[in-house]
Design a protein around this ligand. Structure first.
Ligand code: PLP
Length: 374
């Protein structure tokens, strides 16, 4: 039996070991060190932002972004109904209640028209989170335009979209602040980690302050209730080594997506994930949509038998236990996507032979079902 093909794993073929060894050699293993600053500078440059603050993970970055944007207990935060739980959890950590808005059929990203409608009816909304799904961005200009007339800040949750471009500008350039995740399944991993980027010096300073226990000096004096949210230098070293190969790793993910696109173009039951015209997607996690959950689960089971890891992607959040009584503005898209989107192996290290195995497995599954129906 050949090795199992994983969904999305770290691609550590650069200077990771060298930079990690440097941390140990130089005794920089905790939350201060040259790699933290270097990684922050690299991310500021990549996104064209003036400031970057490294955090322990993307959820922490989003939590601090919301606090710095002025979100307080009792406020509401608009969250797309189809995203990872971290987006809404961060709003809850800030003491806010989510107001869920549906995503669009065309891009599976937050619907700017529904954002406008939600803002018009809920004056206590204090921020809007625009999530970049699957490696492409939300329609950022449209979301920002919807929010501008209400003076409500947008936070771009670019957790999985490092390297993407929206109408020529980099992902992470949207909103008052944007965040990234360097979780193990992302294109660039730091083992674990996050980054907040912004052009607002005061906001960046505030986030840095909150992330280090709100301690203005070396003394044990604290002027606010802070958090221990700083990234360690070990994680930053890993992230920096990965960042050096960003272009190569993005190119690899795009090439995999192009190959899958072509191979699946004739499969009637398989709809390829959107790559909207307004964006150059990095195709972080290649996903397909099936007609219903039964066929999605059947595809996953066939992949499993063939040693190919495939997984159901996000589900509607408003339908889940913690959010039963929250406001929502839905048009059925998030519900239809729930349980029907299947992610396929997309690691940048995935070789041609393994890509072929994925393609053959999906195609054989499709032929067996279509054959059975005929
Ligand atoms: C859309 C989205 N937002 C936020 C996060 C949170 O990032 P982290 O896992 O680094 O906390 C993720 C993580 O996968 C994500 O997909």
């Amino acid at each position: 039996m050949p090795d199992r093909i994983p969904l999305s794993v770290p691609d550590l073929r650069g200077r990771e070991a060298e930079l990690l060894l440097g941390c140990v050699r130089d005794n920089w293993v905790s939350s201060a060190g040259p790699e933290v600053t270097a990684f922050e500078n690299a991310m500021a440059q990549l996104t064209g932002r003036n400031h970057a603050v490294a955090t322990v993970n993307g959820t922490a970055a989003l939590h601090l972004a919301l606090l710095a944007a002025g979100v307080k207990p009792g406020d509401q935060v608009v969250v797309p109904d189809w995203t990872f739980a971290a987006s809404v959890n961060a709003a809850a950590h800030a003491g806010a209640t989510p107001a869920f808005v549906d995503v669009r059929e065309a891009d599976w990203a937050i619907d700017p028209a529904l954002v406008s409608e939600m803002l018009a009816n809920h004056p206590t909304i204090r921020a809007v989170i625009a999530v970049d799904p699957l490696g492409h961005t939300a329609d950022l200009d449209a979301v920002e335009a919807a929010c501008a007339s209400y003076g409500v800040p947008v936070i771009e949750d670019a957790a999985g979209a490092i390297g993407a471009r929206y109408r020529g500008r980099p992902s992470g350039s949207g909103g008052t602040a944007a965040i990234f995740s360097f979780n193990g399944n992302k294109t660039v991993t730091a083992g674990g980690g996050g980054m907040l980027v912004t052009d607002d010096a005061a906001l960046a300073e505030h986030v840095r302050h909150l992330s280090t226990q709100a301690r203005p000096g070396d003394d044990y004096v604290h002027d606010m209730i802070g958090f221990n949210y700083r990234m360690t230098n070990v994680n930053a070293a890993l992230g920096l080594a990965q960042y050096e190969r960003l272009d190569e790793m993005v190119a690899a993910r795009r090439a995999i997506a192009a190959r899958y696109d072509e191979a699946f173009s004739g499969l009637a039951m398989v709809t390829r994930m959107p790559r909207p015209d307004y964006c150059e997607s990095v195709s972080w996690l290649y996903s397909v949509r099936l007609p219903d959950e039964t066929s999605a689960r059947s595809l996953i089971a066939s992949c499993d038998e063939a040693g190919v890891e495939a997984r159901l992607f996000w589900r509607s959040l408003s339908a889940q236990i913690p959010w039963a009584d929250t406001p929502r503005l839905l048009r059925g898209v998030s519900t239809a996507l729930s349980g029907t989107v299947v992610s396929l192996p997309s690691s940048s290290s995935l070789g041609e032979q393994d890509q072929r195995r994925v393609i053959d497995t999906v195609t054989a599954w499709h032929d067996s079902l279509v054959g059975a129906e005929a």
